[in-house]
Structures are given as C-alpha cells and as structure tokens.
Design a protein around this ligand. Structure first.
Ligand code: BGC
Length: 763
C-alpha cells in the first residue's frame, strides 16, 4: 500500500499519469482488481481475470458480458400486489474466451503456488490494453518470461484479442498452452445485499460447439429471453496444436518444446455475436469475424489512435495533483469502455465490469453519465437518448399500469425497458427518472442544436414525460391552488414516498416547460413533423398551455430559517445525528430496517444539493451555503452517487477544502475501493460525477440564457486545471490557474461564451 500525494488515502496502485499498475500480486484483493482491470467497448466487457483463471488462495469473480444480453425470470414475491414489477432481468455472464492456461513440464502456472519472481499488471489508458509480465522459474528448472496483452477493440464492436509471448531465458521445457471456450463460472450473489442479490444460477445453455483448424467456437442460448450468443476464437502462432470438443466446452491445445533463447507468440482473435428472439442466429458471422479480424498489431494501433483522439477531445488536465488526475482519467476510460454505442444498448450502473445491480440501467445514465459524453462525444450521448426512445412504448404501457391514462413512465431499473424494480418505495416511486431523461434531452438540444433528433425522438420523449407529470400532480386547494406532486421518492433513497420532493418538482417543472418549448420549435421549424407526431400520440392543442400552467404553479416547500426542506415532511422527521451511528453500521441500508431509516432525518445521498446545482439560478449563494452545511450534516453518502455532487456545490460556493475532500474520494472511489464493493463492478455514475466535478464544479460550467458559461476557480493546491468541451460544433478548451481563466477555440466557428458572467468572444 502506498500513501499518495493527496495524503489522506491509502492506495494500492501507484500514482502514475496514464496507467494503473500493480507490481505485487495481492491474492486478497484479486476480485477488486478484476473490476479495476476490466476492458470493454460498449458491447463486449471482460473483467480483468487472470488468463490462467485462478490463483491458489485467491477468490475470483470471473466475468465476460455482452451489453444488453440478459435473461429474465418472474420475480417471486411473498406478498404480491397489483402493478408490481413482474420480471427480474439479469445480465448474462457469457462464455469465457480470454483464458489461457500455461503448463511447463506438467506444472501449471499459478500465482499462488508457482515460483514467480516478477509479476506486473498494467492497465494502459492510452493504449487501451491490459498488460502482464511474469518471470516464472519452473519446478523443472526453466526460466520463462511471459508477457500477455489483452484488448477489447474500441473500433470493432465484436472483436477482442490477446497476445501471449513466452521467452525461455534459461533451461528448457515442454510448454503446453490451453485455450478453452467454456461457460462462465458463476459467482455467488449475496442474498443480504440488495446491491448484489441476484440468484446467479446459469442463465445460458450451451447449444453448439465447433472446432475447425485453429478456430474454436461455442454457442449459448438464454433460458427465457431468446438470445443466442456466439463466440469464435482463432489462434495464430507457430505452435503445433490439437482441438478437443467436450459437452459444453471446446479447447485449443498447443504444445511445443522450448530451449534457452527460444521464444514463441500466440495471438487469439475473439469474435462475439448475438441475436435476439426471432432473429437468425449469427453463428457464421462469429466464425468469419474472428478469421477476418485484423492482425493484433493493427488492432492495437487502431486502439491507440482511437484513444488519442478521445483524450485530445476530453483534454482533461490537473497540474499539481497526479493522484486526482489518475483517478479522473481512469474514470473516463472506464465510462468510454462501458457505454453502449448503437442506440440498442445503454450503460449499466456498473458498466460492463461486474454483475452488481444485475447489469441494470438507472437514472445514473442521464443524471451523471450522459453529460460526460454530451460534451466530449456528443454522438454517444445521442445514442443513449435513442436507446431511451426505443423503450418509449414500454414506458407508455407502464404508465397505464400505474394508473395514468396518458404519458409515459420510464422504468427505474431495467435492461430492455421493462420495470425490474421489485422494491417500489425506492424504485418505481422514483418518478424523477422521467424528468432526468427529459432534462438530458433538453441539454442535448441546447448543446448540439440537433433539430433532427429533437424532431424524430426528443420532442416525443419530452411530451410523453410532461404528460405523465401533468397527470400525476394536481392543483391543490390545500396549497393555495399550487401544483403538487405527492407520494414520490426523490433521488435520496432514505426518504421514500414523500410529498413535493424539491428535486422531483424541479425536474418536472422543467420538463413541463421544455415539452411546450419543443412543440413551439417544431411548429416553427418542422410543422409537418409536428402534425404527424400530434396524430401519432393524440396531442391536443390545449395541452402545452396546461403544462405551462402547472409549471408556473409548481409548489416548493418553503424554507424554514433558510433551510429548504428536501420534501414537505423532511424537517419533521426525527433527528439522527450521524456521529451517533457506529461506523460499522454503514451503509445504513445493510443494518437498519427501511422504516427505521425513513422515519429519521437522514439522507443516503445528494438530493436537494443536486437540485441546487441543476437549478442554481433559483437559489442565492447564501441559501446554497446554508443548505450545503445542513445537508452535509445529515447525509451518510451511503450511495456512491453522492460525494461528487457535494463536491460540485462546495466548489461553486467557494468551500474549496470541502470540495477537494469530496472530489478526491469520488475521483478515486474505485481505485481505492472506498465503498468496499468494487469487486462487484465499478461505480459508473460516480466516475462520471468526477468529470462533472471538474467542469461544473471547479470549472463553473453551465448554459446560461442559451450561452455557454464558465466561472473557474482553481483549488489552492493545484497549479492549474484544464478540460475541453464540445458545444454546437465547436471544441473549446478551458484552462484555469491561480490567476484566472483562459479559453481557446480549438475547432469551429467563432462563439461568445461567458466568463464569470462577462461575454468573451472566441475566434
Ligand atoms: C442509488 C441510486 C442509484 C443506484 C444505482 C443506489 O444505491 O441510491 O441513486 O441509481 O444505486 O447506481
């Protein structure tokens, strides 16, 4: 363990600018490092499992995933009721193709047993590879240097590849290389941890295997959802081999004699394909795909070029704190690896790095992750929104089940659009999901002015979600005719089924307004599209005026002594001073009954604080400061989505120490396993939160009156920081140091931005 510069935290990985590496193998931390060293490309995800699969004495969680491939089973309720979510969807752990077992003179390489005198694993953020180097002194008296490189191609959705090189330094041996295709070894879920509770039996059945020349292939089918998954692996190298087909596995088996000075290379090209119910299976495509795959060097070059371009576009830089910079880059890298890129797939809460949260997509996508791509890779942000558009029919159905004759209610957690939340108080009740998606649609429109998207997808989402809120709330005579939204759960899952959650009412108000605005835009720019849309969804001409009336009348619980209650009843709940809770009783959700928690004035995560960031213009600095201090004192941060948000508001109100403390914990949350569950996968929303922390927090970025605006402030311990944003076809670089901020237009037409409220022309 090393103490890093930012001095508070202990870290397992040395601070390095462009990589995460490990020199000593820690068996007790293998599962965590398998998440940290995961690779993916938005379709394929591979945990950073050792090629040799296991090491004696170390627990492992094996994992290979295909985004969007899941199985479903009916949820078994002890006591069911009308409208409960019906099915449990779980991402499938598909056949493993990355393994490679080395046997020298009958001794199997095993980090727990073999004499390994040097070992190193490196996740390279610029190369997009996972590299290993081992020196193995075999029992038979031979010294082998083994290097392995793995990549999941960011430029070819279906491809992954590995390269093994073995050099014999001394002695000689018979080396066997075993490359199996085998069903995943399923890890245990934890029935006591709602974040990781899935019944993890085998959801895939092996339906076919094949071995042809140097190619082995396997097909699997999901039990209940009709997915067919194929994987084919071609082996390239000058190694005599045989292939063996078993009942549900297939093996490529190479064997050769090495003597001192010899070296040998084995490349594997891995191709995964998938087809859904009623689609022709893509078996041939997998076989041909691995044969046609570019050579390893070419894939590696393409990977580097792709990442070069990405890092340039993101332009993130912190001078003066390498530990933070490493965390930030690591986070961005993993987001890029996990995000769906084709409009058919979204991004799961744990990306493609583990089975935590069953591979479900939550509000995490729109509230945290999407802005990162919106300002770095707008096309990817669009794909995420198109994915939501594709599940709009299911969201409409769900709204009907939930008693709304009109509108759409997006699922709280899902893979393919169906609501999968079995615990509705902290699930379906979070109707802010509609407003989060609407907010993202509008921000996408503001940042890109993509009229085609607004006309074809965006407006329909905005209208259907606005309709839902209009139907859900009502003008309450109790509240002087104001529009109230009752019995909902806000982002904070420790206060459920409350009235007038400020965050929910804020996103709902915005949604009601933006839906009306979208109708106006289409009326002016695409009248025919609007007519067709109105016909399709039965939009009445009077609806926008109704939405605006509700928005204008939106009710917010009044502040008491400057404290804005998170919801109507928040300040009436029983106080529960955080320092009275034993440290070992966190997270509370694992140690107290929900009702105990819900009756107390305690928060799991940022809620009102998030509203104060997104709708900052509604609050004075004084109000922000007062409420920051108050909510800081009642929030446990038991959710990983919390600290980044607190860091942002702290930076905006000039509380730099607090901002930096929260930011550091958030930036390195997975690298340093701060939530103690990195083994189940990385926390994507938090990872995105750190990018938002740099841009919106320290960078003070927002869109104000249609203009991109910045108000950077550089924490005292940094020399400078910088980032780039894509905005309406421009690329803008923002840099700030202790003396102020500067801006540079890297690409695109001249544009005016606001710097600390003053217009600056960039040309
Ligand atoms: C948080 C939610 C989040 C979910 C998935 C929960 O612990 O409370 O806000 O959406 O995790 O990341």
């Amino acid at each position: 363990m090393q103490q890093h510069e930012t001095d508070r935290l202990e870290t397992r990985y040395p601070v390095e600018p462009w990589q995460v590496s490990e020199k000593v193998f820690l068996p007790e931390g293998l599962r965590e490092s398998e998440s940290v060293f995961a690779l993916g490309n938005g379709f394929i995800g591979m945990r950073g499992n050792l090629e040799e699969q296991t090491a004696t004495g170390a627990e492992t969680i094996q994992g290979s995933f295909l985004n969007g491939v899941f199985d479903a089973e009916p949820i078994v309720y002890g006591e069911s009721a009308y409208g409960y979510a019906k099915n449990h969807e779980t991402i499938c752990n598909v056949m493993d193709a990355k393994s490679l077992i080395l046997i020298a003179d009958g001794e199997r390489l095993d980090l727990g047993k073999s004499r390994v005198t040097e070992q190193r694993r490196v996740l390279d953020l610029r190369e997009g590879t996972l590299d290993r180097r081992l020196a193995w002194a075999t029992a038979g008296g031979c010294v082998l240097i083994i290097t392995m490189r793995r990549l999941v191609s960011l430029t070819h959705a279906n491809l992954a590849a590995t390269r093994l090189m073995v050099q014999c330094l001394d002695g000689g041996c018979t080396l066997e290389l075993l490359s199996p295709l085998r069903p995943a070894v399923i890890a245990e879920g934890d029935p006591n941890d709602p974040r990781n509770a899935a019944g993890k039996d085998r959801r895939l059945l092996c339906t076919r295997t094949e071995a042809q020349d140097n190619v082995i292939a396997m097909q699997q089918k999901t039990k209940n959802t009709g997915f067919t998954v194929n994987c084919a692996v071609e082996h390239r190298g000058e190694i005599p081999f045989t292939v063996e087909e078993g009942e549900d596995s297939v093996l490529w088996h190479g064997q050769l004699r090495l003597k001192s000075g010899d070296s040998v290379i084995l490349d594997k090209s891995i191709c995964y394909t998938v087809s859904g119910k009623d689609e022709p299976d893509a078996w041939r495509e997998a076989l041909e795909g691995c044969r046609r795959a570019p050579r390893f060097e070419i894939l590696a070059d393409e990977q580097r070029d792709y990442l070069d371009a990405f890092w340039k576009r993101a332009g993130i830089q912190i001078e003066g704190d390498d530990a933070l910079l490493q965390g930030l880059r690591f986070n961005l890298f993993h987001l890029l690896q996990s995000v769906g890129r084709d409009g058919r797939r979204n991004i799961a809460a744990k990306g493609l790095t583990g089975e935590g949260y069953e591979g479900h997509t939550f509000w995490d996508t729109e509230a945290y992750i999407l802005p990162v791509f919106l300002y770095t890779e707008p096309e990817l942000a669009k794909k995420l929104l198109q994915n939501r558009f594709s599940i709009l029919p299911k969201a409409r159905e769900r709204a009907r089940v939930m008693g709304h004759p009109i509108g759409a209610l997006f699922p709280w957690r899902t893979i393919d659009g169906e609501e999968c939340s079995a615990y509705f108080p902290a699930g379906t009740a979070q109707v802010h999901i509609d407003g989060d998606i609407a907010h993202a649609v509008w921000e996408y429109w503001q940042a890109t002015r993509d009229l085609d998207f607004l006309a074809e997808n965006g407006a329909e989402i905005l209208i259907e979600t606005a309709r839902l809120y209009y139907d859900l709330g009502f003008f309450s005579s109790e509240k002087g005719g104001r529009f109230v939204i009752n019995c909902v759960t806000g982002p904070d899952e420790y206060n459920v089924m409350v009235n007038n959650n400020v965050y929910t009412n804020s996103v709902a108000e915005e949604n009601l307004r933006t839906a009306a605005a979208a109708v106006e835009i289409l009326k002016a720019e695409r009248p025919q599209t609007l007519t067709a849309l109105a016909e399709k969804i039965g939009l009445r001409e009077t609806e926008p005026a109704d939405w605006l009336k509700a928005a204008d009348s939106m009710y917010y619980p009044p502040a008491q002594d400057g404290i804005v209650p998170q919801d109507d009843g928040f300040l009436e709940r029983k106080p529960w001073p955080l320092d009275s809770i034993p440290a070992e009783n966190h997270p509370l959700l694992m140690h107290y009954h929900g009702l105990t928690i819900y009756r107390h004035m305690v928060c799991k995560q940022a809620d009102l604080i998030l509203a104060m960031i997104l709708f900052g213009e509604r609050y004075t600095d004084e109000e922000k400061k007062k409420n920051f201090a108050f909510y800081d004192s009642v929030t446990t941060h038991d959710s990983s989505l919390s600290m980044a948000v607190f860091s942002i508001l702290a930076a905006q109100i000039g509380q730099m120490q607090k901002a930096c403390d929260y930011f550091l914990s958030s930036a390195r949350l997975d690298l340093d396993n701060i939530h103690h569950n990195t083994k189940d996968g990385l926390h994507m929303a938090n990872m995105a939160g750190t990018w938002i922390g740099i841009t919106r927090g320290f960078g003070g970025m927002s869109i104000r009156e249609d203009t991109l605006s910045f108000a950077p402030s550089c924490p005292p311990r940094w020399k400078s920081f910088a980032f780039c944003v894509e905005f309406r076809g421009r690329s803008i670089r923002v840099r700030a140091d202790q003396n102020g901020a500067s801006y540079e237009l890297l690409r695109g037409e001249p544009i005016t931005v606001l710097s600390y409220g003053k217009p600056v022309r960039l040309a």
